[in-house]
Write a protein that binds this ligand. Structure first.
Ligand code: FAD
Length: 322
């Protein structure tokens, strides 16, 4: 049966986040022959973002523009999202499993009295069933879920479902929807981004992460250089954050960010289970550690037993010379 799926894209600083395109690819997997409707919210310039959703596979797109939607607030975005859902009456909703997605989707699901399958890493269609895979127990196991009744409502983990190829010959209607956003109790005065420079950690394709073995703030410099030549981002273990070598916004793990880059280079990280919870689904893991018994080698595809202060600069040089 052909269905209609609404995909909420995410605009930040005027740009659509990559996970928005991945969400469209996920919706297309669920709904091969049906309609995909993209939706974006903000206070200006949404037309371009809406067209991008179409180039990446949406059939048409809706924009909701309002001064109150300049920055994400759950109250404002929920009003915009519910207005779109009421109009469209979709069979499914897909969004990225980002900070905004994690906040917005349970709120909408509860208003709609719907279930929600969060943090999906894989979607398979077998016969009439759409099977969603998601990690449980901090990534130590995976569960498979199907929706037996009601809305197909899912958030997808960034970097797991490849976006469709961009095709700027695709066309579709872009509709500006008026929504009277009101009674917002949260006012965002300013946003201070500690990690505003460089690549966003949660969407990075390459992460060079440092642990307590990095030994100081300055010890992160060679890691940053390696990340720069690879076009990646720097991350950290909680050990490194607790020791004040770097900011907590870089922490990866059970109580930090969950990442799935194509390449994760762990430098001076022992591989505690709480750290693995945030990175063990990375596609290729390289570990650099002086201790050959370090647990990180049990999850890595390639291991280098050695001093990170010798190995990391050599790697950077080699990559620069490629
Ligand atoms: P260590 O375990 O001290 O490891 C340092 C490593 O560096 C060692 O393996 C050592 O051999 C190596 N090393 C030292 N010098 C060098 C050198 N010159 N070259 C190469 N290697 C070197 N941790 C997280 O990371 N993320 C989380 O989200 C998280 N959440 C937690 C939640 C809870 C409830 C708890 C209890 C803990 C949590 N932790 C988390 C902490 C976790 O248990 C570990 O303490 C932490 O991951 C250890 O960090 P580390 O690997 O950097 O340090």
């Amino acid at each position: 049966m052909s269905k209609k799926i609404v995909v909420f894209g995410e605009v930040r600083d005027g740009e659509l986040r990559n996970v928005s395109f991945e969400a469209i690819a996920a919706a297309r997997k669920i709904n091969e022959d049906g309609e995909i409707v993209g939706a974006v919210f903000g206070n200006e310039g949404l037309e371009e973002a809406a067209k991008e959703l179409i180039y990446y596979g949406a059939d048409r797109a809706i924009t909701v523009q309002h001064d109150s939607l300049k920055n994400y607030t759950s109250e404002g975005y929920a009003q915009a999202a519910l207005a779109v859902i009421n109009d469209e009456n979709p069979d499914g909703i897909v969004m990225g499993h980002t900070a905004a997605g994690k906040d917005l989707t349970p709120k909408i699901a509860s208003k709609l009295e719907s279930g929600l399958i969060s943090d999906v890493t894989e979607i398979e269609v077998t016969g009439d069933n759409v099977v969603f895979t998601r990690p449980i127990y901090s990534g130590k196991a995976f569960e498979k879920k199907i929706v037996t009744d009601g809305l197909i409502f899912a958030t997808i983990r960034p970097n797991n479902i490849a976006p469709l190829n961009r095709d700027d010959s695709r066309s579709g209607d872009v509709t500006a929807k008026e929504v009277d956003i009101k009674d917002i109790r949260t006012v965002i005065k300013d946003i201070l981004r500690k990690t505003s420079e460089g690549v966003d950690l949660s969407e990075a394709k390459v992460i060079v992460a440092g642990g307590r073995g990095v030994k100081s703030k300055e010890g992160f410099e060679p890691l940053q250089e390696l990340a720069d030549v690879l076009g990646g981002a720097v991350g950290a273990s909680r050990g490194a954050c607790d020791a004040d070598y770097c900011d907590y916004s870089l922490q990866i793990g059970q109580t930090g960010k969950v990442v799935t880059p194509d390449l994760y280079i762990a430098c001076g990280i022992s591989g505690a289970i709480q750290h693995l919870a945030g990175m063990s689904n990375s596609k290729i893991i390289v570990a650099i550690n002086k201790d050959p018994e370090a647990n990180i080698f049990n999850v890595s595809d390639y291991g280098i037993v050695g001093d990170l202060f010798e190995v990391v600069p050599k790697l950077t040089e080699e990559i620069k010379n490629l």
